[in-house]
Design a binder for this molecule. Structure first.
Ligand SMILES: [Zn+2]
Length: 163
């Protein structure tokens, strides 16, 4: 039986005039980034929010911390950097303490999101279990430079005893 050519089956859905109009309206409504506009605190801290999203319940927090563990997570591609000391950096150009490449230490962003404000330059975030890539909020603690020195000095003393 010969194959019938020229009998096209139309796949895909053609947009009606109405849907076309809806799409263009939606595009018009898209916010465009404006320069020089003074941002509210809520908007300014969005780097932390972009990472963990809006307010989360404890359950969803747990899911997120599992999902974001490990660098295989596709969300981490681009905008993420791990330095030679094992600290995780995230791209956040808008952040007041971003480095010259626009990166901020991720554990600081997480703590800022947790606190709902920016950390001061003199406020350090210590990794309680000493694992610099473990940025779960439970592993992070805000300390002053002095407190931080004390924490690490204790550890050094321990190792020099063993010598
Ligand atoms: Zn530390």
């Amino acid at each position: 039986m010969p194959f019938q050519k020229g009998h096209k089956i139309r796949l895909g859905i053609k947009h009606t005039e109405e849907t076309k109009r809806k799409i263009s309206e939606a595009r018009i409504g898209m916010p465009s980034p404006r320069k020089g506009v003074k941002l509210s605190e809520e908007q300014r801290i969005k780097c932390g929010k972009a990472f963990l999203g809006r307010k989360h319940t404890n359950e969803s927090k747990e899911k997120i911390s599992k999902a974001t563990k490990g660098s295989n997570n596709p969300r981490w591609k681009g905008g993420i950097h791990i330095d030679k000391d094992g600290y995780i950096y995230r791209k956040c150009r808008e952040h007041p303490l971003a480095n010259h490449l626009g990166y901020v230490m991720e554990h600081r962003l997480i703590m800022e999101r947790h606190l709902g404000r920016y950390l001061k330059q003199e406020e350090l975030v210590h990794h309680i279990n000493e694992n610099k890539s473990d940025n779960n909020i439970e592993n992070l603690r805000v300390v002053t430079r002095g407190e931080h020195n004390t924490i690490h000095a204790k550890k050094n003393k321990r190792t020099s005893f063993n010598r």
